[in-house]
Design a protein around this ligand. Structure first.
Ligand code: ADE
Length: 255
């Protein structure tokens, strides 16, 4: 997969994607990143990329022309048409389903704003979709772009050593992940649950599912709202809740 980063600081995203799983994906040739700086397409001695906002108010807005030329150069660098995603707090919230959708594309372009954002005409003309990584404001889209690159890179075929591990992630089936343990079995901080050491794969799967359901109910009840659980899942959750009576999440009415 090819990802193009359009940013005043493309090296920032490049550095974020240099380590661990994403770095390995790039080394293996499963992912390529290409940075594009609108300042390289700005004119004049100052290579101006921003100006004051019409209508008054604080902050600067990124200009149409340097970005338009930068995007044209970016689009022309490869015959595959990219999906152009603008990172902004006004976008739809990124989730695992969206990460999967983006990961399946051959080419993705991530457009990062700075200052108060980008002139809306450029957004209307060039952007396919706006994405936010959460309800808070960052000083630029670069960190958000790095988040998208990471979420998308680890879903590329051949990136994770254990092919099943992406499927077992939190959110893949709309639930939080279960807890995980490793050596030693006994530690001053506690003991690894017996069932995980039993070798009984059906019992382990049941325990993990129950933990995932229970944690989701406790920590992110919004993920369960409106969801019809299977009989087996409902029983697992009911049993978990009985065991954890008193752990009810704030403001959640129970089901
Ligand atoms: N740029 C600034 N804040 C952002 C956010 N929350 N998500 C995506 N891009 C952003």
């Amino acid at each position: 997969m090819r990802i193009d980063i359009v940013s005043l600081f493309p090296e920032f995203v490049d550095q974020c994607a240099a380590f661990g799983v994403v770095g390995r994906a790039r080394e293996r040739g499963l992912l390529s990143l290409h940075g594009w700086n609108p300042r390289d397409h700005a004119e004049g001695n100052y290579r101006k990329v921003d100006d004051r906002t019409f209508g008054g108010g604080p902050g600067m807005v990124m200009l149409v022309e340097p970005l338009r030329r930068c995007l044209a150069a970016m689009r022309g660098a490869d015959p595959v048409r990219p999906r152009v995603v603008y990172l902004s707090p006004q976008g739809r919230r990124l989730d695992q389903a969206k990460a999967r959708e983006l990961a399946a594309l051959p080419r993705l372009a991530l457009l990062c704003g700075r200052y108060e954002g980008i002139d809306e005409r450029l957004v209307q003309a060039e952007v396919d979709e706006e994405l936010s990584i959460g309800d808070y404001v960052l000083s630029g889209g670069e960190l958000a772009a790095a988040v998208v690159v990471d979420a998308v890179a680890r879903l590329q075929d051949g990136v994770l050593n254990d092919a099943g591990s992406a499927e077992q992630d939190s959110f893949e089936d709309g639930l939080l992940d279960c807890p995980h343990y490793s050596h030693p079995v006994e530690h001053a901080y506690g003991t690894v649950p017996e069932v995980l050491r039993s070798g009984n794969h059906a019992a382990i799967a049941r325990w993990r599912r129950q933990q995932a359901l229970g944690r989701t109910w406790l920590r992110r009840p919004d993920l369960l709202e409106g969801r019809i659980l299977s009989k087996a899942d409902q029983k697992l959750l009911d049993d978990w809740r009985q065991e954890h009576a008193g752990d009810a999440p704030d403001g959640f009415r129970g089901r």
